[in-house]
Design a protein around this ligand. Structure first.
Ligand code: ZN
Length: 382
């Protein structure tokens, strides 16, 4: 199959080009107009497929529900926003629930064929229980625990090794034992839901942490005398940092400052989406103890209040927000949902770029950032 567009994102720029796919792989890139094409996408953008490393659920399903059909439906439908790979993300809960949740992801992943069955399930983001109660956000306090290497091993066994990212509060990890263990066993350790100081965060990084979870949210803020985790995210530019790009969890001005500090290589857009993503306006969801209602524009609020209840951001809208509202450079914005998460997960040798030999994972967007088509492993999803 050969497709073309006058705007293919290659090596940090748009260029007119043709993409040839053989099986699931990009087999060649040709000059625009050279060969006969199967589909001509005109001047629509052809981007690497989006990768969401922090998302709890959508379409009524939450990772902690541990239901096979819910996860399958999520993977099948998430391609509508250009996502080609994601980490199914847990929230703090009882050990029994978390063991079931991670096992369900492993079971579904076993029978899942990326492309035919939608987006690739890249693994699990384990958010909690090793957090700080003071910055718990929406994480249920009664299940928050001190970090434990032996317990984490049980979770990783149940997950069949699929835990790829873990959010942890370093001050709850004595002598950085779990940070060291996990980072030395191929798990990205991400600092979040934490009350730690700038200096603690720096030490956690020195002991193996390589990322900061949803920067600005649920962590010590920036103060010019007490720089906090936000200060670490902004100052330590080679550390990856997640950011929710819905302009509600952080303003467009904060998004701009964030990307000015992180540059083009270390910002990671995440949706942090909850089960109500994909619902209709005024649809009601039960999420833990809270009744959540979607507003006219699809934002999730605790019913009868103006309290945000998680995100319903679609990744294509996050990209639109960064470029059109937050005035973030094209390269920093596009990398944040493609190459940077792939690099953080050490998958950038086969996903995150449009290049011969890479998997054919593509998101094709029109001028309004509407997804025209998504390819997962060479298979058109519409
Ligand atoms: Zn969180």
């Amino acid at each position: 199959m050969i497709i073309q567009s006058s705007n293919v994102w290659i090596a940090g720029n748009f260029m007119p080009a043709q993409i040839e796919t053989t099986g699931k792989t990009i087999s060649a890139i040709y000059p625009y107009g050279e060969k006969e094409v199967d589909v001509d996408y005109k001047d629509n953008w052809i981007l690497p497929g989006f990768i969401d490393i922090h998302c709890h659920g959508a379409y009524g399903y939450d990772t902690n529900d541990a239901e096979e059909d819910g996860l399958k439906k999520w993977a099948k439908n998430i391609v509508s926003e250009g996502v080609t790979g994601f980490l199914s993300t847990t929230v703090t809960d009882s050990k029994e629930t978390l063991l079931k949740a991670v096992k369900n992801v492993a079971d579904v992943k076993d029978m899942h064929e990326a492309g035919k069955d939608g987006a690739d399930i890249l693994g699990i983001h384990f958010e909690g229980p090793y957090l700080n109660k003071e910055y718990k956000g929406a994480q249920p306090e009664q299940y928050i625990l001190p970090a434990s290497v032996s317990e984490f091993e049980e979770y990783q066994d149940a997950a069949n090794g699929l835990i790829k990212v873990m959010t942890i509060a370093p001050e709850n990890d004595k002598d950085y034992a779990l940070t060291k263990y996990a980072s030395q066993h191929g798990v990205v350790v991400s600092i979040g839901h934490s009350a730690c100081t700038y200096e603690d965060a720096y030490l956690a990084i020195a002991n193996g942490a390589t990322s900061i979870t949803h920067t600005f949210n649920a962590q010590t803020p920036f103060n010019h005398r007490n720089n906090g985790i936000v200060g670490a995210a902004l100052r330590l530019r080679n550390v990856y940092s997640e950011i929710i790009c819905d302009t509600k969890h952080s303003t467009k001005e904060a998004l701009n400052i964030f990307f000015q500090c992180k540059g083009k290589d270390h910002g990671v857009m995440v949706s942090d989406s909850l089960l109500c993503k994909g619902g209709k306006p005024h649809e009601i969801f039960q999420f833990g103890p809270n009744t959540v209602e979607l507003s006219d524009d699809g934002t999730a609020y605790i019913q009868g209040t103006h309290t945000l209840s998680g995100s319903t951001m679609r990744m294509c809208d996050g990209l639109k927000n960064l470029i059109t509202k937050a005035n973030v450079s094209l390269e920093a914005a596009i990398n944040s949902c493609t190459l940077n998460p792939a690099t953080l997960l050490k998958l950038d040798d086969h996903i995150g770029k449009i290049q011969s030999g890479y998997d054919c994972d593509l998101a094709i967007l029109d001028k309004d950032y509407t997804v025209v088509q998504t390819y997962v492993k060479g298979i058109a999803q519409k």
